[in-house]
Ligand binder design. Structure first.
Ligand code: SP5
Ligand code: ZN
Length: 341
């Protein structure tokens, strides 16, 4: 399986994540890259550098003012004299006015953020650009050849919504790739999100559309980030009714129960006659993940890859979460090798 990675992903080197009431070194750290790359090299996967696809594929799923904000935020934050990293600390609250975009960067941060753990830093925009190029390189190769691909996207993407960042995500790489597949002629694409956390951004982007079937297996949002979406009764709206499927699962869910939910998701993908699957591949479903609560062992990732191959559709795997850094390489490689067997 051909894999893709852009060195620009290293440019995000944030120092701060708001976690348990303290600023800590981010779980989503640049070291994750080399741990996955080393495992790919050891398993003899070719790693290709993607082209620069520019901003047009980003603007196909994101708001242009949001993209402009991300591009200018760090400079504006510094110009305003703030000393730490750009972290929102105020939001348009649910029952108060929510449509006003203030002039000051501190106000804009809350408007464009959906969570406070994710800082914006000097190289964040460049890294997000590199990450979407990785996703696009992968999907273009799959579209051209029908072969499966893996994109080592970093930062991840599935929490990024039409005009909001958070959950370590800025551009929604999976949504960008799915939209590209549609623009290249696919009639319907599935985005299958196996990350431990609900893919709230991807869900929102496609919620009223029937050309992308979004399915997500994740920790029950009653007790797990991102809390405000990912419930089973979120099934899509308008033309998209029935094209959003959530499988919330309790913390500690067994791999067997998780696999049963996956069977249902794959059944729905076939029923909807999807022509390609974009897999939001978070390996934070690993038992040892420091911020998650599922129970996958190394060998279970092989079984996951094998089962996805049996679906018989072209597959684009895109990296999302996974923070048990010593183990994410083997877990990713196991999915890809399981798929090939
Ligand atoms: C892409 C991705 O996996 N993003 C995850 C973002 C999660 N951010 C907030 C995490 C809060 C975790 N708190 C759990 C504490 C467990 N001891
Ligand atoms: Zn996650």
């Amino acid at each position: 399986m051909l894999t893709f990675f852009s060195e620009g992903s290293r440019q995000r080197q944030a120092r701060s994540e708001l976690h348990d009431g303290a600023l800590v070194t981010p779980f989503e750290c640049p070291e994750r890259i080399d741990l996955v790359l080393n495992a790919l090299h050891k398993a003899a996967f070719e790693v290709r550098t993607p082209s620069d696809y520019g901003l047009a594929p980003v603007l196909a799923v994101h708001d242009s003012s949001y993209v402009a904000f991300l591009e200018s935020c760090w400079q504006a934050w510094q110009a305003a004299g703030h000393e730490g990293e750009a972290i929102p600390n105020i939001w348009p609250a649910r029952t108060l006015r929510g449509d006003k975009i203030p002039k000051a960067v501190s106000g804009q941060l809350g408007y464009y953020a959906l969570a406070a753990e994710t800082s914006i830093t000097e190289g964040t925009f460049a890294a997000a650009m590199a990450s979407k190029d990785t996703a696009l390189g992968a999907v273009e190769h799959t579209l051209a050849t029908g072969e499966p691909t893996f994109g080592l996207c970093r930062p991840p993407g599935h929490h990024a919504a039409y005009d909001q960042f958070g959950g370590y995500c800025f551009f929604n790489n999976a949504a960008i790739a799915a939209q590209r597949a549609l623009d290249a002629g696919k009639r319907r694409v599935a985005v299958l999100d196996v990350d431990f956390h609900h893919g709230n951004g991807t869900q929102q982007i496609f919620y009223s559309r029937d050309d992308v079937l979004f399915l997500s297996l994740h920790g029950d949002p009653n007790v797990t980030f991102p809390y405000y979406s990912g419930y089973a009764d979120e099934t899509g709206e308008g033309r998209g009714a029935g094209f959003n499927v959530n499988y919330p699962l309790p913390p500690g869910t067994s791999v067997a129960a998780w696999m049963t939910a996956l069977e249902k998701a794959l059944e729905r993908i076939h029923q909807a006659e999807c022509e390609l699957i974009v897999v939001s591949l978070g390996v934070d479903i690993f038992e040892g993940d420091p911020i998650s609560a599922f129970t996958f062992q190394h060998s279970d990732f092989i079984a996951l890859g094998k089962r996805l191959a049996e679906a018989g559709l072209p597959c684009v795997f895109l990296m999302e979460g996974g923070y048990a850094v010593e183990d994410i390489g083997v877990n990713v490689v196991n999915v890809l090798q399981g798929f090939k067997q």
